[in-house]
Design a protein around this ligand. Structure first.
Ligand code: SF4
Length: 477
């Protein structure tokens, strides 16, 4: 019963193309680039490769005559940075960011990097991926102390503390700020002298170090190093402060005990498959989860079909275990943008037909497994099952390469409201019936741990397990 209501609400929400959990942000920062290229163009390429981590706004802050300047705007990276503007930036140290909002509204003023200026026009720029969890307390404390907020983003709280402490240098300012803030933050700060990367003691969100022509790069995902021709050095460790300056790279002791809890959903969904996170290939982890999921399939099947494009890697693993062919039997139109975010019913139906189209000649009369990385509201699964059946598929079995998704995230991921989550309070048979599939199988949390090869204590899995590594919800202001 509940599932029908869920599906109805998901359809009525007018957000069916926006149903997946969304990553908050991506960071790409180049320090003292000495090569022959243009540092702004390199940053642009890095941000393009991280576009999946945030599509609402993009920005760059850079050192220029008269202090730190920035250029930010709403929209995708190639929209925000016209070519002529990029090549007019001569700076060699640039901090870039792509944003999706989770704590502050989607406003231009919240676009990052945020910049705080001093009287002498020097300043600090800050780019942040994550969510602070003690926002309310710090916000009111800062207000009482006379701070005037210019944004509605928790990142400004961090920036305010960095500015307050910067008299002793950026490294010490970061250390003092880390002693005050709580929650999830992978961040890079920059002033006139240094670029400092730092990660919360749990290391919820990834942050990697790369090298290019003797210059260091900090980025949310290692795949962005490949995009610019840089090499991967290592990851910033949970609780670590890594500072880049004229002498190279150095680690500053944060004096905060690390308690690693890397977000397991980075492997399931968020990160690109060509990234290395927590020392593991995202592709290999996803493939292995699919393989382990294959062990649970007891139906007699003809083929494995990936849900475009999110189920591809797990589908390969699942097909490998089942010794079945992978068929690209559902074509997805890659050119659909945000045109249909709030469609009428007619527009929604049209959008469905435009977005997915099964290939009748492949699926007709066949029993198929459809693989996706996760099931949130279930709208895509319902549409795919319906279209495949209309195209003549005899049976459609849904295989989800992650466990049922039941709890909110307080560490930098926007997860749909609990009432919209398809797995909540649902038996598998009810859920399959509501989606129009013949069966549903989920991977188990143990499969994810096995695929990552980590102790469960080193990973956050709270959205699946309900066990939160850091107590407390995000405090609203
Ligand atoms: S709650 Fe889920 S999405 Fe959030 S950090 Fe933990 S594993 Fe990641």
């Amino acid at each position: 019963m509940l599932n029908k209501e869920i599906m109805k609400r998901a359809s009525k929400s007018g957000a069916w193309l926006e149903q997946q959990p969304r990553e908050k942000c991506g960071i790409f920062a180049v320090n003292s680039y000495q090569g022959s290229g243009n540092a702004a163009h390199i940053t642009y390429l890095g941000l393009l490769s991280l576009q999946h981590r945030g599509q609402e706004s993009a920005g760059m802050a850079f050192k220029a005559d008269g202090g730190i300047r920035h250029f930010k705007g709403m929209g995708l990276v190639d929209h925000v940075f016209p070519r002529e503007m990029l090549f007019s930036i001569e700076a060699r140290t640039i901090l870039g960011h792509v944003r999706y909002s989770t704590t502050g509204p989607s406003l231009a003023v919240n676009a990052q990097p945020l910049v705080a200026r001093s009287f002498d026009l020097s300043g600090i720029a800050l780019a942040h991926n994550g969510n602070l969890t003690n926002t309310r307390r710090l916000y009111h404390k800062l207000l009482q102390e006379g701070h005037i907020f210019h944004t509605t983003s928790d990142t400004e709280i961090m920036l305010s503390y960095l500015s307050r402490f910067k008299g002793e240098g950026l490294e010490k300012a970061v250390k003092q700020t880390m002693a005050i803030i709580q929650g999830a933050y992978a961040a890079v700060a920059m002033d006139d002298e240094r670029m400092v990367a730092f990660r919360d003691p749990n290391g919820f969100r990834p942050l990697a170090i790369g090298k290019m022509d003797d210059s260091f790069i900090f980025a949310s995902e290692s795949s962005s190093f490949d995009a610019v021709g840089a090499s991967f050095v290592r990851e910033v460790k949970p609780g670590e402060i890594v500072s880049a300056g004229p002498e190279g790279l150095r680690t500053v002791d944060s004096e905060i005990k690390a308690n690693p809890s890397l977000c397991i959903f980075e492997y399931v969904y968020f990160a690109r498959p060509d990234s290395i996170i927590g020392g593991k290939s995202v592709y290999e982890v996803r493939r292995k989860v699919g393989f382990l999921l294959g062990k649970k399939i007891d139906s007699d099947l003809d083929m494995v079909i990936p849900s475009p494009d999110s189920g591809i890697t797990a589908a390969i693993g699942l097909a490998d275990y089942l010794k079945l062919p992978v068929e690209w039997a559902v074509h997805r139109n890659p050119y659909l943008g945000r045109t249909f975010i709030e469609p009428t019913q007619d527009e929604r139906e049209l959008a469905v037909r435009l977005k997915f189209n099964p290939i009748r000649e492949v699926v007709e009369g066949k029993k198929v497994a459809v693989v996706d990385d996760s099931l949130v509201r279930g709208t895509t699964a319902r549409v795919l099952a319906s279209l495949l059946k209309k195209a003549g598929a005899k049976e459609v079995h849904l295989c989800i390469a992650s466990p049922p998704y039941k709890n909110p995230c307080y560490y930098g991921i926007d997860i749909p409201l609990a009432r919209d989550l398809a797995a909540l309070n649902s038996g598998l048979e009810d859920l399959a019936a509501a989606i129009g599939a013949d069966s549903i199988k989920y991977a188990e949390l143990e499969d994810l741990y096995q695929a990552v090869g980590e102790e469960r204590l080193g990973l956050c899995s709270a959205c699946f397990s309900g066990i939160y590594p850091v107590l407390g919800k995000i405090e609203e202001r």
